[in-house]
Design a protein around this ligand. Structure first.
Ligand code: ADP
Ligand code: MG
Length: 700
């Protein structure tokens, strides 16, 4: 790649964005399209046809041959249905076309995507509908370039079959309720309140050749066996000195690919674990940020392969090594550019900010279970509470200064809270309350970081739509209730102050600024009555609790039927994931590991015999042989037990099945892993049938 990339030339060159639309569309069409983007009005067919034609011309000029409706099914990944632009004519020739109808609506075979029973397989019809607020883009894969049209995916009867539809609905809900609040504070200009998101993405990079020798990584995305290498995270400083060229090259490729897609990303080295890195994009509207994050994950994997590398997005690819998450930075801004979470120079006197703060305290405290559920994927069960990511208990970090302000308000103390001199940066554009950079801040699942909240539980492999749908909806709900109370107030100021004080007092328990990794905190959290939902299977019921159903229905985000379907799909995803993991373990242990250990033990035994035959002491060999034999026996018994438990769980269905995997299969997997990892440490490395953690983590 040339050293002198013309970034301004490549940036956004794969996106059919505003610039392309303005240049390529007739003025009236362009204006009409823009209006629909803002108001959500349906596109008329004339506009759709003209847009489709321009989009097609643009895509073909860039070498595209296919188009696809691109969507986010409930699997948490992305899906596409490819069609070629080529349209055969009756005279036997072909023309290249994309019609307005095809742009705005598609009909993939919905039966191959999970729906949680919403759409029986015989009623396979599902529709994808263009999300005009997220730009179409080109995706390069091998020799084909495809025009991807971001869409929402729903059933014939209008139920959401994807993650985007509820997200869009939640964005509308929060806009509507937050706008009422903004109006109460005299803002007559704003037309919408936009939820913005910037998702920092963590990932691991490993060598592909090494990866291909690990069935567990190939089939499950994480290692199911593996002893800790002699060198772990404690040597991180040394590791930094030796960042390999391959990784820097990869990061540069990745940046360039993302820049083409108009995604303003900056890759960085992460200090947490060897082979682990982080990418931070610049924030954007929630649905666009979600689409971008899905693309980022795709591109990360694709670009890695080009360099003989593999990108691991699993939450916990290596036991004992820091896992990966996504830091979901979230805020609410008016369309006129005012961030409602901006504390300003004097937060204590900033009533709108204090009201927003009280609202978020209430929302997070009352809906902690839903937030936990929004971050639930099987992989996160290994990460949350592991002393490296936030614990499974939701709490809110506000930092010393804001916490003092909250305490003053609750106590009715009118004194001014002293500001830390370090916090005064003397530049008016910088927020006065700066992000607290200390370690303890990193342990908080929900931290205020200057002018946004950072939700840190979000899983690295998952789709951020879930978390943001919940965040938007719980914010909408509380803001709506506040607006009800304030709109009817005789004395606005008095009612406002009483409300802020009342809600801050009622939800003070959610604030915690200390170290979330300690057992003391878990004890304290239990005393405060904060839920501690450790696993995904226990989090799923949060979706269908009476209160959740009412909450989501109140704001038109999910119907009860959709929630039940999502719970069903979640149980299914959990069961399938653990089933694959269990089967992979059974395969690896039964076919590769135990046979290798048996060979090793046999050789040892023969060695003992030969040594003793010549009249020498084979005590050392004997002792090793005994240890190997004991562990082999344990492993073999554990393997049989895992087989049995897997077989039992596999015939169940629904919640009972997910529970069986969680409560019986997962522990059996742990029991098998222990002696195997032990064996890995004492068996000679040339007989061990796969690369070690050391090979994977330090071989890039
Ligand atoms: P921090 O220092 O708190 O990590 P950064 O400036 O590095 O903050 O931003 C972290 C992420 O948060 C980035 O992806 C950034 O785009 C995003 N972000 C910044 N401001 C906002 C905001 N107002 N709303 C949502 N995301 C934001
Ligand atoms: Mg961060």
């Amino acid at each position: 790649m040339s050293e002198f990339l013309n970034i301004s030339e490549i940036y956004g060159s794969y996106v059919f964005g505003d610039k392309e639309m303005r240049e390529r569309l007739p003025r009236a069409i362009y204006k009409s399209l823009k209006r629909s983007m803002i108001t959500g009005e349906e596109l008329d067919l004339v506009v759709a046809d003209a847009t489709a034609a321009a989009m097609k011309e643009w895509a073909i000029s860039k070498g595209a041959t296919h188009f696809t409706h691109w969507f986010q099914p409930l699997t948490g990944t992305t899906a596409e249905k490819h069609d070629s632009f080529i349209s055969p004519q009756s005279d036997g020739t072909v023309i290249m076309e994309l019609r307005g109808k095809e742009l705005i609506k598609g009909e993939p075979d919905a039966s191959s995507f999970p729906s949680g029973g919403i759409r029986a397989t015989f009623e396979a019809r599902g529709y994808t509908v263009w999300d005009i607020t997220s730009p179409a883009f080109l995706y390069d894969s091998g020799d084909t370039k495809t025009l991807c049209i971001p869409t929402a995916f729903c059933s014939y009867t209008g139920e959401a079959l994807d993650k985007k539809t509820p997200l869009l609905r939640s964005m509308e809900a929060v806009s509507k309720q937050a706008l009422r609040i903004v109006r109460l504070f005299g803002d007559t200009q704003a037309q919408r309140v936009i939820s913005s998101v910037g998702a920092e993405q963590e990932y691991f990079i490993v060598d592909r050749e090494t990866y291909l020798k690990r069935k567990d990584l190939i089939f499950t995305g994480r290692t199911l066996f593996g002893a800790m290498p002699p060198k772990g995270q404690e040597m991180e400083d040394h590791y930094f000195g030796a960042i390999k060229e391959r990784v820097s090259d990869y990061m540069r490729d990745l940046d360039v690919e993302l820049w083409k897609l108009g995604i303003p990303a900056k890759t960085e080295h992460n200090e947490a674990a060897p082979a682990q890195h982080e990418l931070a994009p610049i924030y954007s509207t929630t649905n666009v940020a979600t689409d971008e994050n899905m693309l980022i994950m795709n591109v990360m994997k694709k670009v890695a392969l080009r360099r003989g590398l593999v990108c691991l997005l699993h939450e916990k690819p290596f036991a004992g090594v820091n896992g990966s998450g996504k830091h979901n930075n979230w805020s609410l801004c008016t369309d006129t550019g005012r961030n409602l979470l901006e504390p300003g120079k004097n937060p204590q006197k900033n009533d709108l900010f204090l009201l927003m703060l009280a609202a978020m305290m209430k929302a997070v405290d009352e809906h902690a279970g839903l937030l936990r559920m929004s971050a639930a994927v099987p992989g996160n069960d290994h990460r949350l509470g592991g002393g490296e990511a936030p614990p499974a208990v939701i709490s809110m970090f506000l930092g010393d200064q804001l916490t003092a302000i909250v305490e003053h308000i609750i106590a009715g103390n009118e004194e001014t809270v002293p500001t830390d001199s370090k916090m005064k940066v003397g530049v008016s554009t910088l927020p006065v309350i700066r992000r607290d950079a200390t370690d303890r801040n990193r342990t908080s699942p929900f931290a205020f970081t200057g002018n946004k909240f950072e939700f840190r539980m979000t899983p690295s492999s998952g789709c951020i739509a879930d978390a943001n749908t919940v965040l938007n909806t719980i914010a909408a709900d509380v803001l709506g209730a506040f607006a009800d109370e304030l709109e009817g107030a005789e004395n606005f100021e008095e009612t406002l102050h009483a409300l802020i004080r009342r809600e801050m007092s009622a939800h003070q328990r959610i604030i915690f600024n200390g170290n979330g990794y300690t057992d003391e905190w878990l004890g304290e959290a239990a005393r405060r009555g904060l839920p501690n939902i450790k696993g995904m299977v226990d989090a799923i019921p949060e979706l269908v609790k009476r209160g959740s159903v009412e909450l989501f229905e109140r704001h038109g985000v999910y119907t009860e039927k959709e929630l039940i379907a999502r719970a069903d799909v979640s149980y299914e995803i959990y069961a399938k994931t653990i089933n694959i993991e269990a089967l992979t373990m059974i395969d690896m242990a039964g076919k590769d590991i135990l046979p290798a250990v048996i060979r090793f033990a046999t050789e040892l035994a023969q060695g003992v015999k030969s040594v003793e035959d010549v009249g020498l002491d084979a005590g050392v060999q004997r002792e090793l042989l005994t240890r190997v034999t004991v562990l082999l026996k344990q492993a073999s018994a554990a393997l049989a037990d895992l087989r049995e438990k897997q077989a039992k769980a596999s015939v169940l269905t629904g919640e009972a099945q997910a529970r069986a995997y969680y409560e019986t299969v997962c522990p059996a997997m742990e029991v098998l892993r222990a002696p195997v990892d032990h064996l890995e440490m004492i068996v000679s490395s040339d007989v061990w049938p796969m690369p070690s953690y050391g090979d994977l983590l330090f071989n890039v």
